[in-house]
Design a protein around this ligand. Structure first.
Ligand code: GDP
Ligand code: MG
Length: 309
């Protein structure tokens, strides 16, 4: 008996792998669901809409199966270059995937935005999962689910349904993950078995910092803030030194982000540092700087430079 005959590459055990898009309007719980699938934090969540801008991928692997999740930004009517970019993201995400998870919020009946998403997915000839989220907080989940289901009327391809709480029911999330794994085509793995995300650590850290900034700034600032890690070094004693920029559109916004006597920026820095230390499991130094790039959301070149391409 040779070693080769025992290895999975010999063809004895076929592997299944595929890309799965998570779509839905903003704030329904797409990032929360993705994080629950992976048991690790790879995509930012926040109580504010429009937190996720990149098509962040999370990866879940068993010995023989691999799901590559694409967490898309919410579908919405384009307002500016950034909005246009986000809708393109959704379109291209849907064309390339093997299955689609459409997440809806069962606390409320469908809105025009849900209808828009339904129209995008209804006729796609690939497995579709309608996921009614937030059952823990929904008063009339069954009635709401019926209304969402009605938006798919006329659909002829494979369709599955689940009602769950992405936040509170890990068992339901695991069961859904099993069902999704079962729809995957026979394929070699796309990423090494241990990968959790294809983001660089710099992109990942920048999103954590952005998430904390959004939480602290809440009402003060609209969504025109971006972050980028400019330097990441490791000292001999193991301390990680991360330097990052918070990018705003206007001088007035810069003042708000820094706050009186630098208080706001200090609070953002402390919160982000704590998050990063938890996930990196080591001490870090985090240096933050606020810079102004006028109109960066309208500027295709600036968007590209910030990684929105
Ligand atoms: P996304 O914009 O679709 O990615 O939504 P997020 O994952 O960022 O979640 C938006 C908000 O909904 C956050 O405040 C979450 O904590 C909350 N949320 C997500 N899932 C659930 C759930 O199952 N139950 C409840 N009650 N809230 C949830
Ligand atoms: Mg999100």
């Amino acid at each position: 008996m040779t070693d080769q005959s025992l290895s999975p590459e010999s063809g004895e055990t076929p592997t299944h792998a595929g890309f799965v898009a998570i779509v839905g309007k903003p704030n329904v719980g797409k990032s929360t669901l993705l994080n629950a699938f992976l048991n690790t934090k790879v995509a930012p969540t926040s109580p504010r809409p429009q937190t996720t801008r990149r098509g962040v991928r999370g990866i879940y692997s068993t010995d023989t199966q691999q799901i590559v999740f694409v967490d898309t930004p919410g579908l919405h009517k384009p307002k500016d270059a950034l909005g246009k970019y986000m809708n393109q993201e959704v379109q291209s995400a849907l064309a390339d995937v093997d299955a689609i998870l459409w997440v809806v919020d069962l606390r409320h009946p469908p809105t025009e935005e849900d209808e828009l998403v339904a129209r995008q997915v209804r006729d796609l000839p690939k497995p579709l999962f309608l996921i009614g989220n937030k059952t823990d907080a929904a008063k009339y989940p069954d009635e709401a689910m019926q209304l969402y289901r009605a938006l798919l009327e006329g659909r002829t391809s494979e369709t599955h349904e689940r009602m769950l709480s992405a936040q509170n029911s890990p068992q339901a999330v695991a069961a859904l993950r099993e069902q999704v794994l079962d729809t995957l085509p026979e394929n070699p793995f796309f990423f090494p078995r241990g990968s959790a995300s294809d983001q660089t650590r710099e992109q990942w850290a920048a999103e954590i910092i952005r998430e904390e900034a959004m939480k602290k700034l809440r009402e003060e600032l609209p969504y025109a803030i971006a972050t980028r890690v400019t330097n990441w070094t490791e000292r001999e004693d193991g301390l990680q030194r991360i330097e990052a920029e918070l990018i705003v559109e206007k001088n007035a916004h810069k003042g708000m982000v820094i706050g009186a006597g630098g208080k706001m920026l200090r609070e953002i820095g402390q919160a982000a540092r704590k998050q990063l230390e938890v996930f990196l499991n080591r001490k870090i130094f985090l240096g933050l700087e606020v810079i102004v790039i006028p109109g960066w959301r309208e500027d295709e070149e600036a968007l590209r430079e910030l990684g929105y391409e």
